[in-house]
Design a binder for this molecule. Structure first.
Ligand SMILES: Cc1cc2nc3c(=O)[nH]c(=O)nc-3n(C[C@H](O)[C@H](O)[C@H](O)COP(=O)(O)OP(=O)(O)OC[C@H]3O[C@@H](n4cnc5c(N)ncnc54)[C@H](O)[C@@H]3O)c2cc1C
Length: 373
C-alpha cells in the first residue's frame, strides 16, 4: 500500500505534535499554516506543562505523557525545558484545606508548612502564608523559542511545512488554499486553534465551544540570578483547574474569593508565575468570553494580576517588558479537549482552556492510533 498522505491545517502545538507523531509513524506529512510563523495560542501561553491542573485518571495520565514527550523532544531538538515543578501556595484556610484534600497521602506531592516553604522558596511571600503543595511533575518551556524549534525539528524529520498559506475550503479529498492551490490528503487534521470555527461551524457549535481571551505579561529579566525555584500559583488558581473541582473545600474557597475579590472574579483573574532561562517571568491571566471584545488590553486587569501576584510572591523587578493577549476555545460544558470527526478521514482537534501545551502529545497519539483501528 502506498504511504498515506496526512495533511494538517495549523502549525501551532497541536498541529506540530500531530505532524511529528504521524511522521514518526511513517506517514507522509504536510502542514499548511496561514501566517508566516505560528502566532496563535501556542506562542502566547505560559509554557507550563501542567499535570497538576488535570483531573486524576486518564487526563492526568495524558498530561504526564505530554511532559515526558516534551522532555524527549526537547533533548532531541535543543529546546530549553525546566522540570522545576510547581508550588501551590495557600493563604486562606480554605485553600490550605483544598491542598490537604488534594495532595494529602498522595506520593506525587509534598505538603509543606509555612516555615518550610519560606526556607526552601525564598520568593514565597511569608505574610499570611499557611502552607504549600509542592509537585515535581510540572515543567516549563519558553514558547517563543520552543515552537519555532519544534517546527524545525518536524522539518528535520521530513515533514513538509508551508507558511503563509491559508486554507479556505475543505473538499472530500483535498483542501483549497487562498492562492488557488489544492493539496490532496488521505487523512486531514484541522488544528486551527481559535479559527476552528471557519471549518464545519455547525459541528463546533454543537460541541458548545466559545472563544476566551486572556491578558498576559512578561517581566524584564530578574536581577542577581534570582530563581523562583518552581512555577508559583496561589489560592485563586485552586478554583480554576478541573483537578481541584472535587475537593470538598474548593466550593468554600470559591465563595470566599468571590466575596473578597469581586473584581478578580469579574475578569476571571487567577495568577501563574513561570520563570524562563533568560530570567524573565511570564505572568497572567484573566478570562473574558465573547466574539465582540474591545481591541486593547484592560490596564486595570493587568493591575489586578500584578496585585494578586504580590500577595504570594516577592519578585525583585516587576517592570513589564511585554503585554499581550491570547485566545483559546473554551467548552461551555467543562470539557478540556475536543476531537470531532465531521466527515470521514477528517479530524478536528484542539485543547480547550489552558492545557493545550500539556495535552497536545496525548491528543496526537490518540488521533494517529485511531487511524490504525
Ligand atoms: C494566554 C494563554 C495561556 C495558556 N497557558 C497554557 C499553559 O501554560 N500550559 C498549557 O498546557 N496550555 C496553555 N494554554 C493553552 C494552549 O496554549 C492552547 O491549548 C494551544 O496552544 C492550542 O494549540 P493549537 O495548535 O490548537 O492552536 P494555535 O496555537 O492557535 O494554532 C493554530 C494555528 O492554526 C493556524 N490557522 C488557523 N486557521 C488557518 C487556516 N485557515 N489555514 C492555515 N492555518 C490556519 C493559525 O494561524 C495558528 O498558527 C494557554 C493558552 C493561552 C491563550
Amino acid at each position: 500500500m502506498a504511504t498515506q498522505r496526512v495533511l494538517i491545517i495549523g502549525a501551532g502545538v497541536i498541529g506540530l505534535a500531530h505532524a511529528v507523531t504521524a511522521r514518526e509513524a511513517g506517514y507522509e506529512v504536510t502542514v499548511l499554516e496561514r501566517d508566516g510563523r505560528a502566532l496563535g495560542a501556542s506562542v502566547r501561553n505560559f509554557g507550563t506543562l501542567w499535570p497538576i491542573g488535570c483531573a486524576f485518571g486518564p487526563e492526568r495520565d495524558q498530561a504526564l505523557y505530554g511532559v515526558k514527550r516534551w522532555k524527549e523532544i526537547a533533548a532531541a531538538a535543543g529546546i530549553w525545558i525546566s522540570g522545576q515543578g510547581s508550588l501551590s501556595l495557600a493563604y486562606r484556610e480554605e485553600a490550605w484545606g483544598v491542598l490537604n484534600e488534594f495532595g494529602g497521602g498522595r506520593g506525587d506531592f509534598e505538603l509543606l508548612e509555612a516555615g518550610e516553604v519560606v526556607g526552601r522558596f525564598p520568593a514565597a511571600n511569608p505574610d499570611g502564608l499557611r502552607g504549600a503543595l509542592l509537585s515535581r511533575e510540572e515543567a516549563v518551556v519558553h514558547t517563543p523559542t520552543a515552537i519555532p524549534a519544534l517546527t524545525e525539528y518536524a522539518r528535520g524529520l521530513g515533514v513538509e511545512l508551508h507558511f503563509g498559506v491559508p486554507v479556505v475550503r475543505v473538499h472530500e479529498d483535498r483542501v483549497e488554499t487562498a492562492d488557488g492551490r489544492t493539496f490532496g490528503f488521505d487523512r486531514l487534521v484541522i488544528a486551527a486553534g481559535e479559527e476552528m470555527r471557519l471549518f464545519f461551524p455547525q459541528e463546533l457549535e454543537a460541541a458548545q465551544i466559545q472563544p476566551c481571551r486572556l491578558q498576559m505579561m512578561r517581566t524584564v529579566p530578574q536581577p542577581g540570578g534570582f530563581d523562583l525555584g518552581a512555577i508559583f500559583v496561589s489560592d485563586l488558581t485552586l478554583c480554576h483547574y478541573p483537578a481541584f473541582r472535587d475537593c470538598p473545600s474548593t466550593a468554600k474557597l470559591r465563595s470566599r474569593l468571590e466575596a473578597e475579590l469581586p473584581e478578580h472574579h469579574r475578569w476571571g483573574v487567577h495568577v501563574i508565575a513561570a520563570q524562563h532561562h533568560d530570567g524573565t517571568l511570564t505572568l497572567g491571566d484573566s478570562h473574558e468570553y465573547g466574539m465582540d471584545l474591545p481591541v486593547g488590553s484592560r490596564p486595570e486587569v493587568d493591575e489586578l494580576i500584578l496585585g494578586a501576584l504580590r500577595d504570594f510572591a516577592v519578585i525583585p523587578d516587576l517592570r513589564i517588558a511585554m503585554r499581550w493577549q491570547g485566545t483559546y476555545l473554551k467548552s461551555r460544558i467543562g470539557q478540556t479537549q475536543v476531537v470531532l470527526e465531521p466527515r470521514e478521514r477528517v479530524t478536528m482537534v484542539t485543547a480547550m482552556g489552558g492545557l493545550g501545551m500539556t495535552l497536545s502529545w496525548g491528543l496526537a497519539m490518540r488521533t494517529i492510533q485511531s487511524w490504525n483501528t
